[in-house]
Design a protein around this ligand. Structure first.
Ligand code: FE
Ligand code: FE
Ligand code: ZN
Length: 299
């Protein structure tokens, strides 16, 4: 079970990406996260690169929710990540309508699971240009009619690979400005993506001030915690285990324990080490605030 760690008056909310399979669904995801010592978790409702999705089984969901209650885990700290195949920025192919429909279904699945936060990559404009891409994203999100559900879409800050939109705070701000129901839109900060897009996150208080002045800190509801295999501004997006990349362990610990982000779930999406998920060990490192130089030997 998770041992409570406090940041200011609030509990540290920490977890990782976990799997979600058609058989065990939310219960399976929860069990994995409990194994890792987490009190938060994130999953794709199916394979991120395809659209095969199983029907949500309400019996399993109920069982998972009751175990979550016993373990003091709030559904507000459970996050769904929308699949990469959704691209709302490019309206030049059939994929645009498909993306919108799939997002609507994904929101329904979140509702069935009782999940409040759905992380979404804003999209890639694929040659249409940033302005047209942003226009397409806004149009699509408004067509989804976010007011119809309790789910809040969290736009993830991106690394800026290829034609990705959302790699700077101004683009995120422009999208939010266009959304009809602003109570249903938020932001997920990703430390690897921030670094790769060119934001120096070693002084995170300064970065949060900048974010706050452009977008508004109240929009942040999730933080992805990853080190980066690449240097500042590389626009690459390759995640690394905590303390093994260019961001470094101390900077990531400072972000995780930053008081301005207290109560907000921090989710690890660091790479597996061989056949094994590193999350139990990494969460241990975070709780102890001590870097484990033997992490890569866990295989
Ligand atoms: Fe993501
Ligand atoms: Fe991420
Ligand atoms: Zn990434």
């Amino acid at each position: 079970m998770y041992n409570k760690i406090y940041v200011g008056d609030n509990m540290l909310i920490i977890g990782s990406h976990v799997s979600f399979n058609s058989k065990d669904q939310l219960l399976g995801s929860l069990n994995q996260s409990l194994e890792y010592g987490s009190n938060a978790f994130m999953f794709y409702t199916g394979a991120p690169q395809n659209t095969v999705r199983s029907k949500i089984n309400s019996k399993i969901t109920e069982e998972a929710v009751s175990i979550m209650k016993e373990n003091d885990i709030s559904l507000d700290n459970v996050i769904v990540h929308a699949p990469y195949i959704i691209n709302l920025a490019n309206d030049s192919e059939d994929k645009y309508d498909f993306s919108i429909r799939f997002l609507i279904d994904e929101i329904k699945r979140c509702e069935e699971l009782g999940v409040k936060y759905l992380v979404l990559h804003p999209g890639s404009h694929v040659g249409l240009g940033i302005d047209k891409g942003i226009e397409n994203i806004i149009f699509a999100l408004n067509r989804v009619n976010l007011s119809n559900s309790n789910v809040i879409i969290l736009l993830e800050t991106m690394a800026g690979k290829g034609s990705e939109i959302g790699s700077n705070f101004f683009e995120i701000k422009r999208i939010i400005d266009g959304i009809d129901d602003k109570s249903k839109i938020g932001v997920c900060l990703d430390t690897c993506h921030l670094n790769d897009s060119g934001y120096d996150i070693s002084d995170f208080d300064k970065l949060l001030l900048e974010f706050d002045s452009i977008v508004g800190l109240d929009y942040v509801h999730c933080v992805h915690i990853n080190d980066s295999k690449n240097v500042l501004g590389a626009r690459k997006d390759r995640h690394e285990n905590l303390g093994y990349g260019s961001i470094g362990f101390d900077t990531l610990i400072n972000i995780i324990y930053n008081e301005k982000l207290e109560g907000i779930p921090k989710i690890l999406e660091t790479p597996w080490i061989g056949e094994k998920a590193p999350y139990k060990e990494e969460i241990e490192m975070i709780k102890n605030k001590v870097f484990n130089s033997k992490l890569k030997e866990i295989e």
